[in-house]
Design a protein around this ligand. Structure first.
Ligand code: TNX
Length: 538
């Protein structure tokens, strides 16, 4: 304890000495044209921004230092350096010892200040000589560097000058999320998406401070995760997908790779095995599971609600125990999603019996159960979570049980809903969801669900109509960027007219990341120097 206080005091002293040295020598303190931090195109909008109208010059004499000996801070510093390198082709050293020429520093500091009252909270103090990022945890620091990434300009002061400097507007940002749970779901069951695709989605979501990725790992059309004790699930059940293509699945090693990648981005993976309905692929692999009385065959269509597990057999629960055990063992996050939606061919009483039994299995393996809103008709624990997608009555039942609710109303948050009648992909059974309609609603007051019951917001991307990453991006972007703001920023800070402008300015980033977003005509997209696809035919 004493040692760590001494180390911290020394490191702080070192940083202040550096700052003072920079100030005293007044090496290159360039007077940039006036800046306004409040006009930066930040998404999600931070809680508070106070501009001071000067600028920090990021250049090759800038260095990053972090609190030493604290879990994750140095790694966050390195991530920032890597991102700066990718964006500007500028090398910024991290915790460099010895004699490096430094004029300005970015210091990522662990702080116990009471103002930093949640793990994701952070403060950014940007002055001419230093950027100080304070946070209680490395997670907060990680959210903070996303803000910094967004305000580092793509262009330097003068691309021809020998010493290129990227001016960062000065001021103070205080930030903290409104909801601790900010998610998206990807359906890898209707169409399979590779580890590479999932990682790209994680990169993009993390930039907008989304911290949950829910993977829909099984459905009628495919089983997508290796279960070592039941190998036919993937051998047979993973062999196809909607439309009859080859399908695919994640080995447990693949899944672990995704989980580790998400963890590096301070993102929780929620695995979902949908049951007792949406289980045709499992029953084709192991017909004893089947409870609908028909001989199961591989299914490549898009109907829902025709399959069910046999809810009365002990062997079915032994199977589920194995599946939940194997997946839970490689899932560090606290949740296991059991699906539970649209079990149209399961008798109501059997459904209830099933959900109650499976809840116990999930708890036995150390996880908190999540299910689609239908699960609240069973007598389940207040610690289980209901994911609201369509039925207000089910939400009421969940609230009466004291459960938390994840808001995913189909007519507002379903990323697979078409933008309008001209959309190339997607469905429209719940609504057409143009970019403004996706953003203009109030999760804090949705259908009378009390704020204290709301865990957060999640935008699901079902994949009946999309089969590759370009199509995924077309439906997810730009709408998912709006959901990041709906779940991070408080209501007073949200405004469509203002968001629209900030969204338009995401084009250079999205283009640089080669995201095939839907260039909605509602947005006056900013042109960028990257391979901007001038004519987005959509
Ligand atoms: C409803 S939402 C479903 C999914 C479909 C989706 C298509 C929910 C819990 N179930 O099985 O993929 O609609 O929009």
């Amino acid at each position: 304890m004493f040692k760590s206080i001494v180390t911290r005091a020394l490191s702080l002293l070192f940083v202040y000495a550096l700052i003072v040295a920079c100030q005293e020598e007044k090496k290159i303190r360039i007077n940039f044209p006036p800046t306004d931090l409040a006009k930066e195109n930040l998404i999600p909008k931070p809680l508070k921004v106070i501009p001071t109208n000067k600028a920090f010059g990021l250049d090759r004499y800038t260095a990053i230092y972090t609190t030493p000996d604290n879990d994750g801070f140095a790694e966050v510093g390195q991530i920032l350096a890597d991102k700066i390198k990718k964006k500007l082709d500028l090398d910024v050293p991290v915790n460099a010892a010895g004699d490096v020429p430094i004029e300005r520093i970015i210091y990522i500091n662990q702080s116990d200040s009471l103002e930093l009252n949640s793990p994701e909270a952070y403060q950014l103090y940007i002055s001419q000589d230093s950027v100080i990022l304070n946070s209680n945890t490395a997670e907060g620091a990680f959210r903070g560097i996303q803000t910094l990434r967004q305000i580092i300009p793509e262009e330097s002061n003068d691309t021809l000058a020998e010493q290129r400097i990227w001016p960062i507007p000065s001021g103070k940002i205080t930030d903290n999320p409104n909801f601790g749970f900010r998610g998206s779901m990807l359906d890898v069951a209707r169409h399979f998406f590779s580890v590479k695709d999932v990682k790209k989605y994680i990169d993009l979501l993390a930039y907008y401070k989304i911290n949950v990725l829910h993977l829909h790992l099984s459905d009628d059309q495919g089983w997508r995760i290796e279960i070592k004790s039941w190998p036919k699930l993937t051998e047979i059940g993973g062999s196809t997908e909607v439309g009859g293509e080859a399908g695919g699945f994640f080995t447990q090693e693949d899944y672990k790779e995704i989980v580790a990648y998400a963890a590096k981005h301070y993102m929780t993976i929620i695995p979902e095995i949908d049951m007792p309905g949406h289980t045709n692929a499992a029953s084709v692999s192991y017909p004893f599971l089947n409870g609908n009385g028909k001989t199961p065959k591989l299914y490549e269509g898009t109907r829902v609600g025709f399959s069910t597990f046999d809810t009365k057999k002990d062997t079915v629960y032994a199977f589920i125990d194995d599946v939940v055990r194997e997946i839970s063992a490689i899932t560090p996050g606290p949740y296991f999603h059991i699906g539970g939606d649209e079990s149209h061919v399961t008798k109501k009483k059997d459904f209830i019996y099933f959900v109650e039994k499976v809840e116990k299995i999930v708890q036995k393996h150390g996880k908190r159960m999540i299910g689609w809103d239908e699960i609240a008709s069973a007598n389940i624990d207040s610690t289980s979570i209901s994911q609201y997608w369509s039925n207000g009555k089910n939400a009421d039942k969940a609230i009466k049980r004291g459960m938390k609710v994840i808001l995913s109303p189909a007519k507002k948050t379903y990323l697979d809903m078409q933008y309008d009648t001209l959309s190339k992909h997607g469905l429209h059974w719940a609504a057409y969801i143009p970019v403004d309609s996706a953003y203009v609603w109030t999760p804090e007051e949705y259908e009378g669900i009390p704020m204290e019951n709301i865990l957060g917001v999640e935008a699901p991307l079902w994949s009946e109509t999309i089969s590759n990453i370009d199509e995924l991006e077309y439906l997810a972007f730009p709408r998912v960027i709006g959901y990041s703001e709906l779940s991070w920023s408080i209501e007073e800070n949200r405004n469509w007219e203002n968001f629209k402008v900030r969204l338009a300015n995401q084009a250079p980033y999205l283009d640089r990341m080669d995201v095939k977003y839907y260039a909605s005509p509602l947005i006056d997209w900013k042109k960028s120097k990257y391979t901007y696809k001038e004519i987005k035919k959509d």
